[in-house]
Design a protein around this ligand. Structure first.
Ligand SMILES: Cc1cc2nc3c(=O)[nH]c(=O)nc-3n(C[C@H](O)[C@H](O)[C@H](O)COP(=O)(O)O)c2cc1C
Ligand code: SF4
Length: 421
């Protein structure tokens, strides 16, 4: 079995939403170690671990922390718990079942970067996540693990839960910051980057929930040891989801670089009715699609990039031959990105509408093969021409389907057009 559980726990009978239980099983032990290492030492361990952001882009976390300017301004840590990427269900594990893991990571990160306030931005639909996380925060304040002079250390730290209102675009870090400030969630032009001009115009680090939940483990094992768990330049273990046409869908944890085949077949139990695989989305619907030929790709940032796709959130969606209507898949995906576009830049606002309109025509038997080229052309006009990566997120998966599955699409388009005639 490829699974290696370090972040995920399987302690039957232990309730990790209770602070007593969390501490009994080693929780917050890394606070004392952090005091010995000092802020620079904590950052050095995170750098040595090679931890790369688990929100999808894979930027090295320790390097990002180092970007904060030393200009005496107030600093913030913003936690991205928006988890809006379709097919993704990994951060919810921490938010609902092991909330102190993330909160310990937040405290350690605040200490490392010199922030005294952190905002956890939780996806609007995640009612239970907000409840459990807030309850955990309340327990920490009551026990002196948050607030003033934490455990007599002289370090102050306040943590607030901020609820989203159901907009996918608020997962983009600058839209998220705007939303925290009480404004509509519209991405900002970058630069300036949040490290210089973030929440309330102050230097801000935005990190994903899983990224921060990994920090206590990194301190416990030591950065180098944690790095050695994964593949070169892709340190540690990673939560992976497996969903779609598989026999055993769920959330698992594997060393970075585990072949996708092992994740889908050994952990996900293989394909329903033992069918062949038609298509795979490796990490949320923004990723270019893969095919069965790519099954042996190691699940890490660099390997998936070399296949023309992305690790993304590492929550895999598997689509089987005979069970998948690719035209409908395109209609669903294009409809989602059109609906979620914030509308402030033309190629995304108009282009996502075009993508949906074309996919809709294909589904309704109102298209011919030339519409596949029109779809690719619309994707090309969006890609690289927008304020934020929502444009690419809309264009990349559709262009990959149009290019990789052209014969299947053309046959289905012709079939539907004939049925309609
Ligand atoms: C349209 C869009 C949606 C995003 N949604 C999320 C999200 O739900 N959760 C997340 O952690 N990152 C999301 N991101 C990535 C964030 O902008 C940012 O890269 C991430 O929070 C940085 O944290 P990390 O370095 O720990 O990965 C999204 C990006 C884009 C362009
Ligand atoms: S790319 Fe789309 S979501 Fe991003 S800023 Fe432009 S219109 Fe808004």
């Amino acid at each position: 079995m490829p699974e290696q559980r370090i972040l995920l726990r399987s302690h039957l009978g232990v309730d990790f939403t209770r602070l007593d239980d969390y501490i009994k099983h080693g929780g917050f032990a890394m606070w004392a170690k952090a005091q010995t290492l000092g802020p620079a030492g904590v950052t050095a361990e995170v750098k040595a671990s090679g931890l790369r952001g688990r929100g999808g882009a894979g930027f090295p976390t320790g390097v990002k922390w180092g970007f904060l300017p030393n200009d005496g301004r107030t600093r913030y840590l913003v936690v991205n718990a928006d988890e809006g990427e379709p097919g993704t269900f990994k951060d919810r594990y921490f938010l609902e079942l092991d909330p102190f893991r993330q909160l310990e990571g937040i405290l350690l990160a605040c200490y490392a970067i010199g922030a005294h306030v952190s905002y956890i931005y939780i996806r609007g639909e995640y009612w239970n996540s907000k409840k459990v996380t807030q309850d955990a925060i309340d327990q920490l304040y009551a026990a002196g693990w948050l607030g003033k002079n934490i455990q007599g250390s002289g370090f102050d730290c306040d943590v607030y839960v901020h609820s989203g209102a159901g907009a996918y675009i608020c997962g983009e870090e600058t839209a998220l910051i705007e939303s925290i400030e009480g404004k509509p969630g519209m991405p900002r032009l970058k630069p300036p980057f949040p490290a210089n001009y973030g929440a309330f115009g102050m230097p801000t680090i935005v990190n994903n929930t899983e990224t921060l939940a990994s920090v206590p483990v990194i301190l416990e094992m030591g950065g180098q040891a944690w790095s050695d768990l994964g593949s070169p330049r892709n340190g540690g273990t990673k939560l992976v989801g497996v969903a779609g046409h598989v026999k055993n869908p769920g959330l698992f944890e594997v060393p970075m670089g585990t072949p996708m085949r092992e994740i889908i077949y050994d952990l996900g139990g293989g394909i329903l009715d033992d069918r062949a695989i038609l298509a795979i989305i490796p990490g949320g619907s923004s990723c270019p699609f893969l095919t069965a030929e790519d099954l042996d790709v190691p699940m890490d940032f660099d390997s998936l990039k070399s296949k023309g796709s992305m690790l993304g959130t590492a929550c895999i969606t598997v689509m089987a031959e005979g069970l998948t209507d690719l035209l409908e898949v395109m209609r669903r995906i294009t409809g989602f990105y059109e609906h979620e576009s914030c509308g402030q830049c033309t190629p995304c606002r108009q282009g996502t509408g075009w993508l949906y309109a074309i996919a809709d025509k294909m589904c309704k038997g109102q298209a011919d093969e030339s519409h596949i080229d029109l779809l690719i052309s619309a994707c090309n006009n969006i890609d690289g021409n927008t304020i934020c990566a929502h444009g690419e997120a809309a264009a990349w998966p559709i262009r990959s389907i149009a290019k990789k599955f052209r014969p299947q699409l053309a046959a289905e388009i012709a079939k539907r057009a004939a049925a309609r005639a």
